[in-house]
Ligand binder design. Structure first.
Ligand SMILES: [Zn+2]
Length: 321
């Protein structure tokens, strides 16, 4: 893909409401994480002061909920994952997403979800979750059971159908993550409908469980795709926009915050608390800049007068001919 095509592809993805996934250098990634962490610390501080003031006048802060999402839990990260679960139990109340979620004054809820259904989640995450009785939602790819999935050279094994069926129903809700994990916004309407609705039908018949929840591959969604999910009969869909969940009780498209076992402790604590909720605003601002309005305006101010303009007399001449 050449530079122009890449730029076009990015523009298309921004247009579709996707989060563009690039491959930055490790030092850039660390710097980005650090900056996000600092801004989130400021959000955390403001929120804490606000809650203190509310309590001071005899009130209680509003209830809140954050939905976390993980992907892979390799064996060497199991202990870090377990520590994160302990932090979750200390600072939040775990909640399931299978039914309605009601926010309670002064209570911070947290829900745990996994995308892609990797085998190492079955092996390393599930025992820790069972030990602590933390409910989870597993978003699985209906055509990928037992297969390798992921980018070339970094693929991981997806759990088998037997493993998925053995997960305890009282603790694990299964959701759909499409049939083949495509970038839905690049498909035709019929193809997207098949990925969204077809995966639900297939999972229900294979697992003999009701499938009511859906998560978008790559976090890529737009209004049309949300409508297709409603049409397919899902009761709720999950994005990767890191905002607080259930600000409205009837919320259909629910935001989630990405977490990894490798997150710094302070980073995880801030994500759990909802302090990364400023990010969607930053994404919108970025999209606004990328859309070109600001760039065109700035360039317009500093634009040099055109150098090669046809002389007026020549234009008049050519018109008169
Ligand atoms: Zn995925």
């Amino acid at each position: 893909m050449n530079g122009e095509e890449t730029a076009r592809s990015r523009a298309r993805q921004y247009k579709a409401g996707c989060i563009f996934v690039s491959k930055p250098t490790p030092s850039y990634t660390t710097l980005k994480r650090f900056v996000k962490c600092v801004i989130s610390l400021a959000v955390f501080a403001v929120t804490a002061v606000w809650a203190f003031l509310i309590r001071l006048v005899g009130g209680a802060p509003r209830g809140s909920c954050i939905v976390l999402y993980y992907h892979s839990i390799p064996e060497d990260q199991r202990q870090r994952f377990a520590k994160q679960l302990d932090v979750l139990l200390r600072y939040a109340t775990p909640t399931a997403l299978s039914g309605d979620v009601e926010l309670r004054t002064g209570v911070h809820l947290a829900a745990v979800t996994f995308d892609d259904g990797f085998q190492n989640v079955y092996e390393n995450a599930m025992p820790e979750l069972k030990k602590r009785q933390i409910p989870v939602v597993m978003f699985v790819i209906a055509d990928a059971f037992g297969k390798a999935f992921g980018p070339l050279g970094h693929s991981e094994k997806v759990m088998s159908l037997d493993q998925l069926q053995s997960l305890p129903e009282e603790l694990v809700t299964i959701g759909s993550h499409t049939l083949t994990h495509p970038m839905l916004s690049t498909l035709s309407e019929d193809e997207a409908r098949q990925e969204i609705g077809g995966s639900r039908t297939k999972l229900e018949s294979t697992l003999n469980r009701k499938i009511r929840l859906f998560s978008f591959p790559f976090g890529c969604f737009n209004e049309q795709l949300v409508e297709l999910c409603k049409e397919a009969g899902y009761s709720r869909v999950f994005t990767t926009l890191p905002k607080c969940a259930f600000a409205e009780p009837s919320e259909f498209a629910v935001g989630r915050v990405r977490v990894d076992p490798t997150d710094w402790p302070v980073e995880f604590r801030l994500k759990l608390n909802g302090s990364y909720r400023w990010l969607p605003v930053a994404f919108q601002f970025k999209r606004f800049i990328v859309s070109g309005w600001l760039v065109r305006t700035v360039l317009g101010i500093f634009k040099r007068p055109p150098q090669e303009v046809e002389p007026r007399s020549a234009i008049q001449e050519s018109r008169s001919r």
